[in-house]
Design a binder for this molecule. Sequence first.
Ligand SMILES: NC(=O)c1ccc[n+]([C@@H]2O[C@H](COP(=O)([O-])OP(=O)(O)OC[C@H]3O[C@@H](n4cnc5c(N)ncnc54)[C@H](OP(=O)(O)O)[C@@H]3O)[C@@H](O)[C@H]2O)c1
Length: 325
Amino acid sequence: MMNYRTLGSTRLQVSELCLGTMTFRWTSTEDEAYQVMDAAWDAGINFFDTADVYSRWAPGNPGGVAEEIIGKWLVTRRIPRDKIIIATKVRGRMWEGADGEGLSRAHILRAVQDSLRRLQIEYIDLYQSHSPDEHTPQEETLRAYDDLIHQGTVRFIGCSNFNAQQLRQALDISQALRIARYETLQPHYNLIWRGEFENELQALCAQENIGVIPYSPLQGGFLTGKYKRGRPLPATGRGANNERFKKWLQDERALTLLETLEQISAERGESMTVTTLAWMLTNPVVSSAIIGANNAAQLNQALPASGKKLGASEMERLHRISQWS
Ligand SMILES: NC(=O)c1ccc[n+]([C@@H]2O[C@H](COP(=O)([O-])OP(=O)(O)OC[C@H]3O[C@@H](n4cnc5c(N)ncnc54)[C@H](OP(=O)(O)O)[C@@H]3O)[C@@H](O)[C@H]2O)c1
């Protein structure tokens, strides 16, 4: 059964597993994408995360493909608009020219209309800055978002890949100008990538009641049990030739982490995927973990994580073994 949590101060009730859609027509086909969305929706996942650029890096893909696939699914499955929470992002390059990327007012005002058209919706629940834009004053970005909120085009705004200083500055600007503030943070955070989030951002988010929606909680599959000491990289979409994973498979600390996770999973009688996600969901500052799945079978393996928490001694063992990350 899917559990729901309040997304920061927004009062939105989001499933504690959010469906990430970066894999659509990258490491999954369009048909697989529909099957993944069907399985997620049927399991009670009411929170979908995408971005206008997904997945522009896949050969032959223009940006906007994932949003288009979601839009077609929303229409063909007749998903009631008020029952699903759609999050998308803006920042990456979507057209040629000076305002073709970034967080300028000019870029945002055009990009949001493109996202709405592709998604076939009239408003976006959560519109996120994909990463900081050092060339645009944060005030310009936040004022543009505030206008979109007043127009009813966007309900809430969030940011991703911001450090604590950037988020603090944005919150201060919003407060001083009495305009919309970032209500969510989407950080890269998981058991093998802890430091960036935990060192400064976690405390700020807790203090400000910012909804935290970590991405890549399984570290692109690395924490699911298929990466093992002495074994070659699996020939999967995310695994093949992955330099970061190759490096970790030579790193004693990473290998010990994988083996500890495997041991705890065996003791609990659960898959490593579930234990990894349960570790994330045990942290009360997390609103929803944004998972990725290439197919419905992978998604189904993640679902039992909802409602699971690790015990204090399991958390302590994992804390000790992953402190370096
Ligand atoms: N804001 C940002 O900058 C940013 C960056 C990245 C992601 N995101 C968001 O976060 C979402 C999730 O990211 P992610 O895809 O990296 O998440 P993830 O859940 O850490 O990794 C998903 C990948 O793990 C593997 N996997 C998943 N379930 C598995 C299972 N049960 N058994 C074995 N392997 C399994 C699959 O890769 P293989 O089968 O190919 O190995 C799958 O593509 C994205 O879709 C996107 O919405 C945001």
